[in-house]
Design a protein around this ligand. Structure first.
Ligand code: ADP
Ligand code: MG
Length: 224
């Protein structure tokens, strides 16, 4: 699914009550099946942008079109459904459910989308991130890098058409970084999934179709 942003504005309130504009994006697009790396300094709004595209954070104004549908005009219920059915999200802080095993966390990524959960696919995804021997471990029993790999498998579980990945390899070593990136890229290529991936690693960014520096298309970043 294509992604198109127009005239997107988002401000946060600072603790003293003043408005602080974080996103001021006249235009930004990702074509269907395109793989885009998003780079930019810490605090420049990368996570806010991904959260806005996923409909987790509401923007103040503008259009965010996903497969042609402007999510800013959808009800909260419709936005949640679109996210569950069509969007995969690798959170910067993983967001794994602590009471559930790795396999169960991946299966939950499927059931949110309403499709029957597919144990075989969940197992294959975990094997592909090197966790075939960790299916029944809970998050506290996994290293941080292993938790990150579960989060990647979960994001791919529901066969999304748009994958948003917030520094999905920040916590893993170089070898696992490439394994995760290969899995993400292959899965996206197979399903013509559009990918927007935040990274600080040059060797990750350069493997994607296009590298976009947030400060180049976000006017809010220009003042910093
Ligand atoms: P990045 O992911 O590029 O490091 P973020 O999108 O997390 O940046 O944050 C952008 C800016 O917005 C930061 O200056 C941060 O302090 C601020 N910010 C993020 N979330 C909130 C929030 N919930 N309330 C207020 N300010 C926030
Ligand atoms: Mg961030």
């Amino acid at each position: 699914m294509s992604l198109e942003l127009r005239q997107v504005l988002k401000a946060y309130r600072t603790p003293d009550g003043a408005a602080m504009t974080v996103l001021d994006i006249p235009e930004f697009t990702v074509a269907t099946g395109e793989q885009v790396a998003l780079i930019g300094p810490s605090g420049s709004g990368k996570s806010t942008l991904l959260n806005a595209i996923a409909g987790i954070t509401r923007v103040d104004s503008g259009e965010i079109r996903i497969g042609g549908t402007d999510i800013c005009r959808l009800s909260e219920v419709a936005r949640d459904r679109l996210r569950a059915e069509r969007i995969g999200f690798v959170y910067q802080s993983f967001n794994l459910l602590p009471a559930f095993t790795a396999l169960e966390n991946v299966l939950l990524g499927m059931s949110f989308g309403g499709k029957a959960s597919d144990r075989g696919r969940a197992t294959v995804l975990l094997e592909r991130v090197g966790l075939g021997q960790r299916l029944h471990h809970k998050p506290t029993q996994l290293s941080v890098g292993e938790q990150q790999r579960v989060a990647v498998a979960r994001a791919l579980a529901n066969q999304p058409k748009l994958l948003l990945a917030d520094e999905p390899t920040a916590s893993v070593d170089r070898a696992n970084q490439q394994t995760i990136l290969d899995l993400i890229r292959e899965t996206c290529r197979e399903g013509s999934v559009s990918l927007l991936l935040v990274t600080h690693a040059g060797e990750v960014a350069e493997q994607l179709d296009r590298v976009e520096q947030l400060t180049n298309f976000n006017r809010a970043g220009a003042a910093k």
